[in-house]
Design a protein around this ligand. Structure first.
Ligand code: SF4
Length: 389
């Protein structure tokens, strides 16, 4: 089983961010304490339901998990450790502006072995335009500290299409990141989502975004340069050194079960997708104290309410295709048949053949897999949307 833990706190809201997070100040320390206790109680409720749980991957994301004071992170990690072992991939997302020496000590104590750093850009004017709280220099200093502390599985997030970004400045970011030799790089393009400050600015004509041609050039440059430096592209936006793929995220793309705890966290278990409440006060109130096992189920029901959906066979087939094809290794025809009791060609034969002919999909010569070609990856949104039945 996989575990995701959501920490909804950030120092300040980035202008492009639509994640469930909000800014907190020092006086909100009580809120953080209550939240960590609630997380621990929620996890204990799930333990009472599942009995023996073991997590082979844990991902603490957000928000900004390093917004939590080290002692709260320690408390949470020590509880999580009851359900992990030496093999567990244990990731934490960290904002380069919020990592302290004490955090790094806690990471070691609780067995965190993978760090995901949201750099986005090595240019301070671009970081400022995104509303990020850190500079490149702060990021660099913390990256070196993490390496010296022995962390040997670090991801760096970078972003293309940032306001004021140029081809040259993006290339400079890529080379600065490569010089640090991280094990994993996630490279995304900026998307202006509704309910963000950038969206409002764009509506008012106040946002200077890069044009589509420049964005495409940055996209091509990313894959060429990263591949040249030995990073294997294993998913549309993710590149890693050999053996350093993110096991936790792969589980989402190949349809494995996962449990999400915390505010608004989603889970997928036994074909049911469900999401916890997004109301902070309600979440704290539900899980504000420990409870007997007879109460565990009602607490969980109370948290989920109507936010659950039993996936139909059609839903599952669609997800198998459009999530599975995000992986560069593609999807297996025999696994489709095993999972759904019908051959893939009976359901998707026409669509697959059309994209094979257009050279957007290809068949693997050594297995029964079908994968997106380089051209297919370039227009992945278009190809993947065809698998919605
Ligand atoms: S640090 Fe991350 S989660 Fe927090 S506001 Fe910025 S992008 Fe959103």
């Amino acid at each position: 089983m996989k575990l995701y833990i959501h920490i909804p706190f950030c120092v300040q809201k980035c202008l492009y961010c639509d994640f469930l997070s909000f800014s907190v100040y020092n006086e909100s320390i009580k809120q953080k304490e209550k939240y960590v206790s609630a997380l621990i109680n929620e996890l204990s409720a799930w333990e009472q339901i599942f009995k023996n749980i073991n997590f082979d991957t844990v991902f603490i994301g957000g928000g900004t998990p390093t917004c939590l004071e080290p002692e709260y992170l320690l408390k949470l990690g020590q509880v999580v450790n009851k359900y992990t072992d030496i093999q567990t991939e244990f990731t934490i997302e960290a904002n380069p502006g919020t990592i302290s020496e004490e955090h790094i000590e806690v990471f070691k104590k609780i067995g965190i072995n993978r760090i995901s750093l949201g750099l986005q850009s090595a240019q301070n004017n671009e970081l400022k335009s995104l509303g990020r709280i850190h500079t490149y220099e702060e990021f660099y200093k913390n990256y070196i500290k993490l390496k010296r502390a022995g962390f040997d599985n670090i991801n760096i997030d970078i972003m293309a299409g940032i306001p004021y970004q140029t081809i040259e400045s993006y290339k400079d970011t890529l080379y600065k990141v490569l010089a640090l030799e991280p094990q994993h790089i996630s490279a995304y393009s900026l998307i202006i989502e509704p309910d963000t400050i950038f969206y409002e600015m764009q509506e008012r004509g106040e946002l200077k975004v890069v044009d589509e041609d420049t964005d495409r050039e940055m996209y091509s440059m990313t894959k060429e340069i990263l591949q040249k430096y030995g990073y294997n592209r294993y998913e549309i936006s993710n590149y890693s050194k050999h053996g350093k793929e993110c096991r936790h995220n792969i589980a989402y793309w190949i349809g494995k079960d996962y449990l999400g705890i915390g505010l608004g966290a989603s889970s997928y278990i036994d074909g049911i997708r469900f999401t916890g409440t997004r109301d902070f006060e309600k979440y704290i109130q539900i899980f504000n104290s420990s409870f007997t096992s007879s109460k565990a189920l009602s607490k969980i029901h109370n948290n989920i309410g109507d936010n659950y959906n039993k996936l139909s066979v059609k839903d599952k087939m669609e997800e198998f295709m459009f999530l599975g094809l995000r992986m560069c290794s593609g999807i297996s025809k025999s696994v489709f048949t095993e999972r759904f009791g019908v051959e893939i060609d009976k359901v998707y034969g026409n669509i697959i053949n059309r994209h094979l002919q257009n050279n957007l999909l290809a068949k693997d010569a050594n297995s029964d897999k079908i994968y997106l070609t380089d051209e297919g990856l370039d227009v992945s949104n278009y190809v993947l949307s065809d698998f919605i039945l």
